[in-house]
Design a protein around this ligand. Sequence first.
Ligand SMILES: NC(=O)c1ccc[n+]([C@@H]2O[C@H](COP(=O)([O-])OP(=O)(O)OC[C@H]3O[C@@H](n4cnc5c(N)ncnc54)[C@H](OP(=O)(O)O)[C@@H]3O)[C@@H](O)[C@H]2O)c1
Length: 301
Amino acid sequence: MQVFITGASGHVASAVIPELIDEGHQVVGLARSDDAAAVVAERGAEVVRGDLTDLDVLRSAATDADGVIHLAFRHDLMQVGDMAGAAASDLDAVRVLAEALAGTGKPIVGTSGTAMIAMMGITDRPGTEADVFEGGYRIDAENVILASAERGVRSSVVRLPPSVHSDLDQHGFVPGLIGFARDNGFAGYLGDGTNRWPAVHTRDAARLYRLAVESAPAGSVLHAVGDEGVEFREIAAAIGNGLGIPTAAVESVDAPQRFGYLARFVGVNNPTSAERTRALLTWKPEQPGLIEDIDAGHYFA
Ligand SMILES: NC(=O)c1ccc[n+]([C@@H]2O[C@H](COP(=O)([O-])OP(=O)(O)OC[C@H]3O[C@@H](n4cnc5c(N)ncnc54)[C@H](OP(=O)(O)O)[C@@H]3O)[C@@H](O)[C@H]2O)c1
């Protein structure tokens, strides 16, 4: 299968591209700069030059492919607090990608986050793949992709946990938390730190993306979750241990100052089940869990 991937120069794609190539697929990756193009080519993919906002480029590359994996996201906007702008750009892109595949039966695999389940108010039980919502941040894009199943697209959405972790992770949530801990002189958590974050190893997530593009039934919501929920104070303790600094509780009012762009995520209680995903695609996480991975030391090298 020839798979068109957006976000091909990013972290998750650094495992998805080799996973696909190792299984005999060809990959065409979107790159918006010379640097990104060099990274994508180095990963073994053919390069298509363009920005996420170049909708004609997206349409054409999706049309030419046998399937699409959409990983790009305007984190630059998210990090300056423009969540609406980031979500709107994502929505424009998924509309075009899904439309390009309408009536073909080809697969599109979109990307969302398990954190949206908590942000939609489900915090008192593990979120499941059956939790779908009318609308909201990143949910609108989920819904466009899932609805394309009605128009002859074998669509699925992978929800990633806040922490997709591994030695491939240079600027995700864990490096972000480590950076804030260094600046603060302590590894912080909110309140009593018993809120739970799910997590997945990058290579386990990559296998799920490959299985999804190969065979997920149309309209599937998939949870790329290895650890169902790790208490945030344990994450802080592992980071504190790695940096040789103490852990400390942070009051909610101080969260923006202490955790910057991660403030809205740090206190989230987001236990998440992947039971249906595991059964549906015979997917089983095999890599180390979050705490074992932080304890391995590569984040502090
Ligand atoms: N990693 C996590 O912990 C995590 C957790 C939950 C959800 N997710 C979601 O998973 C997806 C992949 O995440 P990731 O960790 O791989 O992200 P990442 O490492 O930040 O990579 C983002 C990718 O998007 C591309 N991109 C950004 N703006 C673009 C634009 N205007 N035009 C074209 N390409 C653009 C980047 O290209 P450049 O190289 O040119 O910047 C890069 O290839 C995203 O939707 C993300 O929100 C990730």
